[in-house]
Design a protein around this ligand. Structure first.
Ligand code: DHE
Length: 512
């Protein structure tokens, strides 16, 4: 029961008939606003708007209100609110806001929180190999762990923003790592001193981040507002906000942004405009004069430090995979039947991709097979792995699996690729594929009934680390040759693991 109702009862005042529907807005202001803000756009707690809560399915929102969320500040409301009141609140936070407030340079700058206790260290404050560390994102209680990649001992565990999504991005010396939350927070963490440097809210609802190859800029891809925000990787200040608008004035969400190191650019997948955008940075962007596609608008202003190139397509693409040289982009739209291949040098689509069943290209990997480079991708809807020749873009093999998958991983030094069965009754299985025979050679079931997902190898490819994707989950470390279990460490829904070396060298076996 709400405080107001209780007070009214004690005073003997009848405020409304007992059967009246609960006033969700009043309940929100009384119980939620102090942490989540009166606007529902988030404060110390996350934004409570459908765009950020859609991952909480079924009754999960009511459960969170009723029972609280472990290891967070979210309290238990089952003692103070009735089921009807909890339902009213859950319905309210699932309702879109009437208007989305502006979130521009001023609002971003005002949100900056620097850690007052942060002391930079001039060398790592631990004896582990700084190139063979892992960051493990634990979304169960919004923390991350720093793991020694040789001993598999945890060095430290620290809080992240609510609902981190996508891979954290490391600077090329492996010293700093950047995280992004679906709420638009970007957090900078100093691995050497094992301390947070600070965080800033670059948007209201975001997809992922990319770090420029010169380590100077962070690009933040957003759904709300329709922008790409470029932040200084040094002090998290705003460098540029790019409004995503087509030539007809229609704005678009940004599905994802990727760094393309050899091109000194960020490449953007757009949700609502059939175009790919490339944003250049640096003193002398190598492709800038050659490839810009400004036939409609004329050449870009030379003074713009982040000129934008727009490649027009005949279909929407919102999930990408790049070849190792970043000359070609393979793209798929979540609602389309086929993918497309775009030649980034000439700025045009050059081929279709015969890929149905929602390929998850973003988690694809590549390797050499019979003298040619192939890439393999799981599918979010179909129970298969597609293996594609990266020269003629044909599907060379379809490997049936026990269910649709999400992530796929390997390592240059490993003969095997590991891929999960993320959805359906076999979600507890992990397939291991021989990269030469293209056959599944082993299927592991590390924790019966519990989702087994996402693999990352250590620096030398001798171990593969798997997640038991549950709140009381774990990471399981396997010998990557014999598939024997080496160690199991309890963790809170370890969503993804990221090895410093594999990431900063852009290993062909991992995500970029
Ligand atoms: Fe992700 C990466 C998009 C749902 C966990 N996910 C990515 C990336 C994109 C993407 C574009 C690459 C970004 C990067 O690393 O910089 N994800 C999408 C979707 O469009 C989708 C299907 C729907 C959505 O609502 O966003 C989606 N993703 C999920 C989940 O439901 C997952 C399983 C749980 C969660 O945390 O939301 C999830 N996505 C991840 C993870 C990565 C990721 C762990 C990083 C993988 C890696 O190894 O790099």
């Amino acid at each position: 029961m709400s405080t107001l109702k209780l007070a009214a009862m004690l005073l003997g005042v009848t405020t409304a008939p007992l059967s009246a529907a609960p006033d969700a807005n009043l309940l929100f202001q009384e119980n939620c606003a102090s942490c989540h803000a009166e606007t529902r756009l988030g404060g110390t707690g996350p934004a409570l708007i459908p765009q950020t809560l859609k991952r909480l399915k079924g009754d999960a929102i009511m459960e969170a209100i009723r029972d609280g969320r472990p290891a967070t500040q979210m309290p238990v409301f089952s003692d103070s609110l009735t089921e009807d009141e909890i339902k009213a609140l859950a319905d309210l936070v699932k309702t879109p806001l009437d208007a989305i407030p502006p979130w521009g340079a001023e609002e971003i700058a005002a949100s900056l929180e620097l850690n007052p206790d942060y002391v930079p260290a001039d060398k790592p404050q631990f004896s582990s190999d700084p190139m063979n560390l892992f960051i493990v994102v634990e979304t169960g209680d919004h923390h991350a762990s720093l793991l020694d990649g040789d001993s598999f001992e945890r060095l430290t565990r620290f809080p992240t923003p609510f609902a981190v999504h996508g891979g954290p991005k490391f600077t090329s010396d492996g010293r700093y790592v950047f995280f992004m939350s679906r709420d638009g927070w970007v957090m900078k963490y100093d691995i050497w001193s094992m301390q947070e440097v600070g965080r800033v809210r670059g948007a209201l609802n975001s997809r992922n981040i990319a770090l420029s190859s010169d380590n100077k800029h962070i690009a933040l891809a957003n759904y709300l507002p329709h922008t790409l925000v470029i932040l200084s990787a040094d002090d998290l200040s705003v460098e540029k906000i790019i409004d995503i608008k087509g030539s007809d004035g229609k704005t678009s969400r940004v599905s994802a942004v990727y760094q393309a190191p050899p091109r000194n650019s960020f490449i953007m997948a757009l949700k609502d405009i059939p175009e790919v955008w490339e944003v250049f940075y640096g003193e002398d962007p190598p492709f800038y004069g050659f490839v810009h596609d400004y036939r409609d608008e004329g050449p870009p202003e030379q003074t713009d430090p982040f000129p934008v190139r727009r490649i027009k397509l005949d279909d929407y693409l919102d999930d990408f995979f790049f070849d190792q040289k970043y000359e070609f982009l393979m793209g798929a739209a979540r609602n389309a039947k086929n993918g497309q291949v775009v030649d980034l040098v000439i700025g045009r689509k050059i081929s279709d991709l015969a890929l149905s069943g929602l390929p998850h290209l973003g988690s694809g990997i590549s390797w050499n097979w019979q003298g040619k480079t192939v890439m393999a991708t799981p599918h979010l809807r179909d129970s298969k792995i597609s293996v594609i020749d990266m020269k003629d873009w044909s599907v060379v093999k379809t490997i049936p699996t026990k269910g649709p998958g999400f992530f796929m991983r390997s390592h240059e030094k490993s003969r095997y690729a590991w891929t999960d069965v993320f959805f359906g009754p076999n979600k507890d299985l992990m397939h291991i594929i021989d990269k030469q025979t293209l056959e599944i050679v082993r299927t592991l079931k590390p924790a019966p009934g519990k989702t087994a997902a996402h693999i990352e190898f250590d620096r030398d490819g001798s171990h593969a680390i798997l997640s038991i994707w549950e709140n009381d989950g774990a990471i399981v470390i396997y010998n990557a040759e014999t598939f024997e279990e080496v160690k199991r460490i309890p963790m809170s829904k370890p969503s993804g693991k990221y090895n410093v070396w594999n990431k900063i060298t852009f290993s062909e076996g991992t995500s970029h």
